[in-house]
Design a protein around this ligand. Sequence first.
Ligand code: CO
Ligand code: ZN
Length: 346
Amino acid sequence: MTMELLKRLSEVAGVPGREETVRQIVLRELKPLADETKTDILGNVIAMKKGRGGPKVMLAAHMDEIGFLVSHVDEKTGFLKIDPLGGFDPRVLMAKRVVVHTESGDLVGVMGSKPVHVLSEEERSKALEIKDLFIDLGLPGDKVRKRVQVGDFVTLRQDFVEMGDLVSGKALDDRVGVYAMIEAFRRVKKHRADIYAVATTQEEVGVRGARVSGYGVSPDIGVALDVTVASDVPGAQESDHVTKLGKGVAIKIKDSLSISNPKLVRRLRQVAEKRKIPYQLEILPRGGTDAGAIQMAKEGVAVVTISIPTRYLHSVVECAHKKDIQATIDLLVAFLEEASEGDYAL
Ligand code: CO
Ligand code: ZN
């Protein structure tokens, strides 16, 4: 498994609604593999491989990453205020490098906050909030005003590394899902199903790209590929782990947006067992995936989510296990090639 494509996908910048650079990479990868490729108004990439009369299967992995928009430029000091796109834990934002993506190019900055030395007793006991943070570009107000507009998008800056058995970087949510989808689409050979690989937009602000692409494709089966919580870390109880790194691909039973079709879950388990692909079953107490939107397209769609266990979700040190990524690709290929047939109506 080469990690070069995953590295590129992780390091590229694209917040909800501004996925254009990610989209270019995805299109370049999917086009040569597909019979048909198109994009829609919301920027979803839809690549199709024709089958031989089997069901319509839609895969969905989201291209967007959590980030910010510039909401205010201080004309005097040059400091920027920001509006979040997606759910951030402010604690992971302090003291980070950022990139402000302007019309005239990228500017590197830092996420600033008041130093601990000058915080009052009361301020120190309070949890940090996004409104306490600002961006420092190291430029005076007049220069910043010329370069930066309200609405320019901001991402965290982080390189991708291989670390022991893991990979670590920013935006593994959900570029590792996009990666697994592309690799499965590349590998899948004999299939009766019409396969739609959809790289979606605006997932982090409410599964918006999946809503319209799900309607457009109108599949029989929808499979979301996304990361999920792996809380297998010191201080967390075994019962709160959700998933564990290195224990295989996770087949989702339920999250806040969808209950996986039980017949699809059973089918995926059967394939995994037959092919000796390691897997775990997942219930996520809070959070959702594109499956939540796809299931409600037109008269309804049988959906399931295949998850990649990930530690430190929504931070710039997200970690996934190489074996779990491989298991995800293997399960997806096996399902597409031999197991997608069937009646999934409940
Ligand atoms: Co996310
Ligand atoms: Zn995600």
